[in-house]
Structure formats: C-alpha cells, structure tokens
Design a protein around this ligand. Structure first.
Ligand code: SAM
Length: 420
C-alpha cells in the first residue's frame, strides 16, 4: 500500500476512536473487518499508532498545535508506530520540515500534565497517595503496552512442559514471579493456532487476575460462586483450582459475556462450571443459594483504570460521574453477593481499578457496616500461606494492591472477609 494511503486510513480510524463513543478495541476490530485486505504489519501500525495517540493524547495535541492541515493527520504523524522511512514517503515537504522541528522538542522540559497525559480527576488522587515522583513512574508504565501473560491450565499441563512447548514453537516465556500458574511472553506472537492453546493447556490471563483466583483459594468439592464472571477468565482459574470437582456457578447480568465463556470452557476440559445469567444482585437464584456457598469472588464492574496499558481509552471515557455510579453498583453487588456465603465462608471483593474510591473505600464501608457478620482477612496471610514469594510487596495493609510499575501486572485491588 502507498504510504500516504496507510496514513490516511490511520487518520480515519483515529477520528473514529477519538469520538470515545464505544471502546477503542471495538472500533479497531470493526475497522479491520471492513478492511479485510490489510496485512498483519499494516494492522499493527494502524492499531499501535492510534493507541499511542490515545495514551499520550495531551502531549500529542500540544505538539500538534504548530502544524497545519487536519488535526488527526498531524496526531498520526507524531505518534507513528511503523517504519520511519515508510512514513517519509507519505509526507509533503511542509510536513517533513514540521515533523523534524517538533521531534527536536525536549519532552522532559514540558509540563508534567502533558508528559503523563492523564485527566485531573485521575492523577490528582493518585499523586496524593503515591507522591509526585512515583505517580510519574506509574503513568509511564500505564502508557506502555502490557506484556502477554498466560495461565497454565493445571488440569491439563504443567508450567515447565508448556514453557518447553512454547520454546519449541520459537516463543520464549518466563515464569511469572508471583503466580505459580503464570508464564510471561514479550511481544505478541500468534498463539491461537498452537495446539497447547486450542487444546486448553493455556489461557491468556494477566498475572494479577491469576492472583485473585489464588487468594479465593477455591478447593476440591466446594460450592463456589464467581459473581461477576463475564467471559470467565477467573472462572476457569477457579475451576482448575477445584480440580474439576464441586460446583462452580458463573453468574453475570450479561448473557452476551457469558456466551464468550462457552468456547473457553469447552477448551478447558472443566465440567464443574454452571454459567447462569442473573437479572441483578437480588435475583431469585441468589436467594435460593443464600447461606450455602463456601467461596464467592466478586470481580466487580469498575472503571478499569488499572488496565490502561491495554485499554488506554478508558481514561478519556470514564469520568467522575461514571465513577460515582460504579461505586453505588459496587457496594450493592458486594452486599448481594455476601448473602450467598455460609458460616466460615470466604468473600473476595476485587477490582481492576487504581482508585481508592472504588477499592479501600468500598471495602472499609462494608467492614464498618457488617462488622458483626464479617471478619476481615489480611490478604498477606493468604499469599504467604500460598507460598507466594515477595508477597509483602503485593499488599497494602490488609488489602491486595497490584501496580503496573511495581509488579508488571495490571492494577488490581482485593479485600477478603470470612463469615463469622
Ligand atoms: C470486571 S468484569 C468481570 C471480568 C471477569 N470476571 C473475567 O475475569 O473475565 C465485571 C462484570 O460484572 C458484570 N456485572 C455488572 N453488574 C452485575 C451484577 N449486578 N451482578 C453480576 N454481575 C454484574 C458485568 O457484566 C461484567 O461482566
């Protein structure tokens, strides 16, 4: 394809993504479906350039001010993630001179806000809790693409075996430092044609998500509920930990998301999982199971700000108003789910948010309101019992707190209680 044609296509795609009406990954997939002739390298350049703009939107908008022509095209030229020589083939002499000038700007001398490109309502509370320097390190790591983590399905394979199978396929994997089931791969090799993937030996799952399943610690023969199961990433990890015994209910209000669990379940070899769509957290089905369940994981709907490495558009699509609505939902789901547990049962509340308002605040309010029924369990005790090396760095007080810049995982929070 002529360089300018690819730049023009990227400009069109960026225009669609910057409307922020639907998630960026959905916009990109739909664009690719409409342009089936694009090759893998072109797709990579298109998607990565658009994501680079979204990650560093404030910085690139500032730098783009000096140029002329359509703003989206200038943003694409500034953030280009393909070959530089190829890009030069798309530029007119005026653009070439402008780009050369802008590339000389010392970005480290620009105001902090441009460098981290994060809306005020997000960076202010984070900077307050982490301090200015650490916040910048966090922002830098959130603005990088995430590595690819896999969870080995221990029902079907062992970690060293899978590592060898991947090595034989030319894919280098290293053990994740905290999860005993995880492998980390740099880059994005195509895995979905490998037998070890199609045969259910591995699933793609961030190490942080694996740790949520680990602290839920679902055991053989137990009754377990994954309350917000979605497409079932954590369900599959819980089912394998239960060694395919007992009963694992995968609840969600979204039938569409539960549908995506089905092919994954088929690959996994699990037969102890019962997916069920519920209307809401006070559904009749919940009432029928009340007091009967050993473990409940509430992987609550949240702002997703801990996943900005993968979903950078969330920082522009969420707002203080969406956060307030989520908080109400989170508190209500936690109360609803808690009813399921029997005495001695374990309740885990988790999010992939970095914001204390969706995390510690929700957990503290629940602990204060239900002090007599629920005893908080320090997550450090659970991680150390599971022999997770370096577990001390994964906790903040009684809670799990994972950070991309400290742990190379998505940002995660978890609080745990036991029913008295
Ligand atoms: C963070 S996602 C879950 C991700 C999933 N656990 C995984 O590992 O792939 C939150 C899920 O909560 C679901 N949800 C929203 N409101 C709910 C409710 N009242 N009861 C149960 N699930 C709900 C959403 O449909 C969404 O799938």
């Amino acid at each position: 394809m002529h360089p300018n044609a690819l730049v023009e296509m990227t400009t069109e795609l960026l225009g669609d993504v910057l409307k922020f009406e639907i998630p960026a990954d959905a916009v990109v997939s739909s664009f690719f479906r409409r342009h089936r002739t694009l090759g893998p390298r072109e797709r990579h350049t298109l998607a990565e350039t658009v994501y680079a703009v979204v990650r560093q939107r404030l910085l690139f908008q500032h730098l783009a001010q000096s140029g002329s022509g359509p703003l989206e095209r200038r943003l694409v030229l500034l953030a280009w993630q393909g070959n530089e020589g190829f890009l030069r083939g798309a530029l007119n002499p005026h653009e070439q001179a402008w780009l050369a000038d802008v590339q000389k700007v010392d970005r480290s001398s620009l105001p902090r806000k441009l460098r981290h490109s994060t809306p005020d309502w997000i960076w202010q509370p984070l900077e307050q809790s982490l301090g200015a320097d650490e916040f910048l390190t966090l922002a830098e790591s959130l603005n990088q693409p995430a590595p690819l983590d896999l969870r080995v399905n221990t029902l079907k394979a062992k970690r060293p075996e899978v590592k060898q199978i991947l090595a034989d396929a030319g894919i280098e994997a290293t053990d994740t430092p905290y999860s005993p089931w995880g492998l980390r791969i740099e880059g994005k090799p195509a895995l979905n044609k490998l037998d070890v993937f199609t045969g259910g030996g591995v699933e793609v799952q961030d190490e942080g998500s694996q740790l949520l399943a680990l602290i839920t610690d679902a055991k053989r023969g137990e009754m377990v509920v994954d309350f917000c199961a979605g497409a079932g990433g954590k369900t599959l990890a819980l089912g394998a930990a239960m060694r395919n015994t007992g009963r694992l209910y995968a609840f969600d209000v979204s039938g569409h998301r539960l549908d995506s669990l089905k092919p994954r379940l088929a690959r996994s070899g699990l037969s102890n999982v019962y997916p069920a769509q519920i209307a809401h957290e006070r559904d009749e089905r919940i009432k029928r199971l009340a007091g009967k369940i050993d473990r409940v994981l509430v992987d609550a709907p949240c702002s997703g700000l801990g996943t900005l490495r993968r979903n950078p558009d969330l920082k522009w699509r969420q707002s203080p108003a969406t956060l307030a609505a989520l908080r109400t939902q989170q508190a209500s789901i936690l109360r609803g789910a808690a009813r399921l547990l029997k005495q001695g049962g374990r309740l885990v509340y988790a999010t992939c948010s970095l914001m204390a308002s969706e995390n510690e605040d929700i957990a503290a309010a629940f602990s204060a309101e239900f002090e007599r029924e629920w005893a908080p369990v320090p997550v450090g005790d659970l991680l150390s019992a599971a022999k997770v090396e370096g577990w001390e760095s994964l906790v903040s007080g009684p809670y799990l707190r994972l950070w991309p810049h400290r742990h190379a995982t998505d940002g995660f929070f978890a609080a745990v209680w036991e029913r008295r």
